[in-house]
Design a protein around this ligand. Structure first.
Ligand code: HEC
Ligand code: HEC
Ligand code: HEC
Ligand code: HEC
Ligand code: HEC
Ligand code: HEC
Ligand code: HEC
Ligand code: HEC
Ligand code: HEC
Ligand code: HEC
Length: 363
């Protein structure tokens, strides 16, 4: 009765009887705590002999172990992804069908939602096909080889121009052993759905770094640089639109956005090109030349002061025929009254300024 190797082992007898627990219960009690036999089953089967783990001790054969906690993805898939999962041992279709007749082996494979409607298991070959988790590819249940990152999808998929997964994908991007990986949903962004899902978000939702695509916040990083000084209205001008330095995508999938490899494209437009200026982004030195806003100065994107002073971009006053060198900041208001006040401070109206707006005020 108690020797698992014996023909008369109770587990074996029970299995042969199609698990006729009722028969045992007549002597051992309906709760198996002893009954008239005064021998409890619960001393050895703490959760009761009808608990799932009494009969399913660890993973069954085939690729069950890989799906219980595969080494690569490190996550488990519920029995219900591939079987009708019984709520209790005596649920119809599990061991016995609805009429009480013992269900013939083999165990039924019936795929759940994650595997997808096209998923098929062929019991004669032991092969699965059309399973979305595997990218629809045919795989062998009984003789499969351990998966690699490239087994189910490209690294990256062929549609991608960028292979820095964690830039755009949370979950699997940050950690493939996440429950968000192989969950039937392609995770895009990092917990938000706006333009700051992959870059930016500290200053506003426009998507302007910081953080940059590598998660950096320091100005010395090219991806961060002087974004904050430009996109926030400061003491000098209203906000500088992204359009001045980039083609701005209307959506994630807009042409020119993520369809090219790093680095991000700097493509001057708008204000940067005002009055015929021909700006150039010199990535090697992280400087910009010929930008309208900066006059003849070649400012550093990732170094230098956070805010330029009067006199950096043009003289105070400029040395040309319209100005005389004795003019001071208090004189500018005479001819440029919409730009400065009598103290030479830049004027703002609802956060916007006529200073550095592409036109010369007052003439
Ligand atoms: C007709 C009453 C009766 C039925 C039916 C019955 N048993 Fe028992 N069983 C006993 C008695 C009495 C003992 C104690 C025998 C002893 O101590 O020598 C026992 C002992 C056992 C033991 C040993 C327990 C221990 O602690 O030593 C196991 C295991 C066992 N039975 C399993 C089963 C299973 C499984 C079933 C159903 C397939 C079953 N029995 C059906 C009366 C019954
Ligand atoms: C003395 C300890 C002991 C007692 C008492 C005991 N069992 Fe078991 N039972 C076992 C062991 C050991 C196994 C086999 C576990 C293994 O192979 O890893 C087992 C296996 C089983 C299985 C699994 C059968 C299968 O197909 O895998 C069932 C069902 C079961 N017992 C029912 C009962 C019932 C009902 C009682 C009480 C009537 C009972 N057991 C009492 C030790 C016990
Ligand atoms: C008394 C033994 C026993 C208990 C208890 C038991 N199972 Fe089973 N289970 C089996 C057997 C035997 C099969 C194989 C049936 C077949 O081959 O058709 C099976 C098959 C399955 C299957 C494969 C699909 C199917 O129905 O064939 C799943 C999933 C499953 N069991 C889950 C569970 C869960 C969950 C529990 C607990 C709620 C549980 N089992 C409790 C014996 C048991
Ligand atoms: C990824 C799919 C998948 C998952 C998840 C899965 N199974 Fe299975 N299972 C199968 C396939 C496929 C077979 C059929 C194997 C065969 O015919 O060779 C099977 C067969 C079985 C069998 C029959 C015994 C055997 O090894 O052939 C049992 C029992 C079983 N599964 C129980 C479970 C239980 C319990 C769970 C959850 C803990 C589970 N399975 C999770 C795919 C799965
Ligand atoms: C620049 C952003 C970006 C990067 C970097 C990126 N992905 Fe994606 N990925 C996406 C977008 C956007 C989609 C959704 C495409 C769609 O729905 O057509 C996607 C979809 C996917 C899909 C779903 C299947 C498919 O082909 O659409 C997989 C798998 C995937 N990516 C894997 C990766 C892996 C692996 C890496 C790193 C090696 C990676 N991605 C890097 C943006 C990115
Ligand atoms: C068993 C097949 C399989 C393997 C192996 C696999 N992936 Fe995936 N992966 C998928 C599927 C299916 C998706 C589609 C989205 C989903 O369901 O999460 C996906 C999506 C992704 C994504 C997009 C983000 C997401 O979760 O939606 C990334 C990134 C990714 N995988 C990276 C990897 C890396 C890195 C490895 C290796 C460590 C790997 N994958 C191994 C099946 C797999
Ligand atoms: C004054 C010019 C300027 C403005 C305005 C500007 N950017 Fe940039 N942006 C740059 C420069 C320069 C780079 C660095 C390009 C490189 O790495 O070659 C950059 C890089 C980026 C990157 C890539 C970061 C990385 O890690 O590689 C993103 C994303 C970006 N900008 C988004 C924006 C958004 C969104 C806005 C508007 C809210 C904006 N930028 C406004 C100049 C600007
Ligand atoms: C899934 C992640 C993701 C989301 C969401 C996203 N971006 Fe980007 N963005 C990137 C990546 C990656 C780059 C760098 C592309 C490159 O290297 O060419 C980038 C670059 C940029 C740039 C710099 C110019 C360029 O195209 O290279 C701007 C501007 C920008 N994004 C704006 C936006 C706006 C506006 C939105 C919302 C409509 C948005 N982004 C949403 C990933 C994303
Ligand atoms: C007497 C009137 C007058 C005063 C006072 C004056 N400006 Fe001007 N300013 C002009 C005129 C006229 C122009 C247009 C010149 C042209 O179109 O070439 C101009 C143009 C400019 C420009 C654009 C230069 C260029 O060529 O792009 C700047 C910068 C400027 N002024 C700064 C100042 C500052 C700073 C002060 C105060 C220190 C000041 N101005 C005081 C009349 C004045
Ligand atoms: C980042 C470069 C830069 C800095 C720093 C700068 N300016 Fe200007 N300034 C410009 C440009 C470019 C113009 C050309 C006119 C325009 O586009 O508004 C200009 C024009 C002017 C004008 C002419 C009126 C007008 O806007 O058309 C005045 C006055 C002026 N600046 C005063 C100042 C004062 C005062 C300071 C310091 C508080 C200052 N500027 C700092 C770039 C700069």
């Amino acid at each position: 009765m108690q020797d698992p190797t014996s023909e008369k082992f109770h587990g074996r007898l029970l299995s042969a009887s199609g698990y006729d627990f009722a028969q045992c219960a007549t002597c051992h009690g309906s709760d198996f705590s002893g009954g008239k036999a005064k021998k409890s089953c619960l001393g050895c089967h703490q959760e009761g002999p009808t608990a799932c783990t009494t009969c399913h001790r660890g993973p069954a054969g085939g690729a069950h172990a890989a799906h219980a906690s595969g080494a690569l993805l490190g996550r488990s898939f519920a029995c219900s992804e591939c079987h009708v999962q019984p709520a209790s041992w005596d649920a119809a279709g599990h061991i016995r069908d609805a009429r009480g007749v013992v269900d013939a082996r083999p165990a039924e494979v019936q795929f759940g939602a994650l595997a997808g409607a096209a998923a098929r298991f062929d019991a004669s070959t032991g092969g699965c096909a059309g399973v979305t988790c595997h990218g629809g590819q045919a795989v062998s249940w009984r003789a499969g080889t351990p998966a690699t990152c490239g087994s189910c999808h490209g690294v990256p998929p062929a549609s991608h121009a960028d292979d820095r997964c964690s830039v755009c994908h949370a979950g699997a991007g940050d950690d493939v052993r996440s429950p968000l990986h192989v969950d039937g949903v392609v995770q895009i962004g990092h917990g938000r759905t706006d333009c700051a899902a992959c870059h930016g978000g500290v200053v506003d939702a426009s998507g302007a770094p910081p953080p940059d695509l590598s998660g950096r916040f320091d100005r010395a990083s090219l991806g961060v640089g002087a974004h904050v000084a430009h996109i926030k209205a400061g003491r000098l001008s209203g906000p500088v639109a992204c359009e001045s330095c980039h083609v701005v995508p209307a959506t994630l999938a807009s042409p020119g956005h993520i369809d090219s490899a790093a680095p991000a494209e700097v493509s001057f437009g708008g204000l940067a090109r005002a009055r015929g200026a021909q700006p150039v982004w010199q990535r090697a030195s992280a400087t910009c030349a010929g930008v309208y806003c900066h006059g003849s100065v070649t400012p550093s994107w990732s170094g230098g002061p956070d805010e330029a002073t009067c006199g950096t971009c043009h003289g105070v006053p400029p040395s040309d025929s319209s100005h005389v060198s004795t003019m001071t900041l208090r004189d500018c208001v005479t001819c440029h009254p919409r730009t400065v006040d009598g103290f030479g401070s830049i004027l703002f109206n609802n956060g916007m300024s006529e200073h550095i707006d592409g036109t010369i005020d007052g003439i």
